[in-house]
Design a protein around this ligand. Sequence first.
Ligand SMILES: NC(=O)c1ccc[n+]([C@@H]2O[C@H](COP(=O)([O-])OP(=O)(O)OC[C@H]3O[C@@H](n4cnc5c(N)ncnc54)[C@H](OP(=O)(O)O)[C@@H]3O)[C@@H](O)[C@H]2O)c1
Length: 332
Amino acid sequence: MGFVSLGKSGLKVSRACLGTMTFGNTEWGTDESESQRIVDTFIDAGHNFIDTADVYNAGVSEEFVGRAIAKKRDGVVLATKGYNTMGDGPNDRGSSRVHLTRALESSLRRLGTEYIDLYQLHNWDHDTPIEESMATLDGFVRSGKVRYIGCSNFYGSQLVEAQWAADRQGGAPLVSLQPQYSLIWRDIELDILPTATRHGMGVIVWSPLGGGMLTGKYTKRDDLPADGRLSRGSDMEAEGMRMLTLTDRNFEIVTEVSKVAKDLGATPTAVSLAWLLNRPGITSIIIGPRTVDQLDQNLAGFELALPLDSAKGLSRISRPSVSYPWYMQLQM
Ligand SMILES: NC(=O)c1ccc[n+]([C@@H]2O[C@H](COP(=O)([O-])OP(=O)(O)OC[C@H]3O[C@@H](n4cnc5c(N)ncnc54)[C@H](OP(=O)(O)O)[C@@H]3O)[C@@H](O)[C@H]2O)c1
């Protein structure tokens, strides 16, 4: 299994990154023994990159990951994130020096490790000057508690602001961006991905299967499978995700993915991941399996040789709509 550099950094990561958002969710997620099996299967298959966050299941994901990799810590590139709300106090959220410092110490404790390989800002903080956040992250790197820093969910101009702040302060740059990207969410191609590429950042993408839509298990809006992320819940957030994801356009994309999969004797899951793997500027794909079976099906996507014609056909049918000024500049 090959490894690639994370952006301009010297850090080598596998193209598959194991996402652990389901670890420790007691209602629908992955219990500790299945989490351990997922981690072991992933590492035994030759991959080294694992992503978590303090906020995933109120810290339990970090605890499961920490225990699962304890005996193999140095062979793992461990990524986590801070920023999200972790308490009721005014300083229990955001990217201020106070909160990030506390968030890092808590992550290190939960993960049972002395260092994080990649520490990421989970989101942009509109209340904190980016200079303060970048200086704090640089301090983490200088202290040895963090090896590299990155961010998630920033848009193009925010990436530039962060990198320029680091440059002005002589601090460590962000080596990576973690955005959403899949056949049904291609918005990053307009501005975010070209900006990240221009700044030499590695790009590690989340929700590569659109939360499960691209597995092909959702076929009709009014006949949802009993056991699926998009079937669960009746609150506004769950309804909102269904409205955004289970659209006519997305069902058309899934139909095309399923056709390609049938022709190749593969699964829609594998085809969707193989398409992403071949997109320009993408370093690694963060998969989010809930079970070992799902992990095996996801990993097959990293072995699948997707014919160029099939990839082009999928790119055509899933092309994102382009608004001004991008249509003046892009050739998509
Ligand atoms: N930075 C951020 O803001 C951010 C946001 C979201 C996620 N992430 C990271 O990205 C990772 C992946 O995101 P994601 O979980 O949304 O990825 P995804 O691949 O789009 O969706 C994964 C979900 O799809 C379903 N699934 C996966 N493989 C399947 C298969 N073979 N057959 C049937 N169903 C299958 C499972 O849900 P069900 O079985 O429950 O349907 C699984 O949990 C997360 O773990 C997390 O580390 C980061």
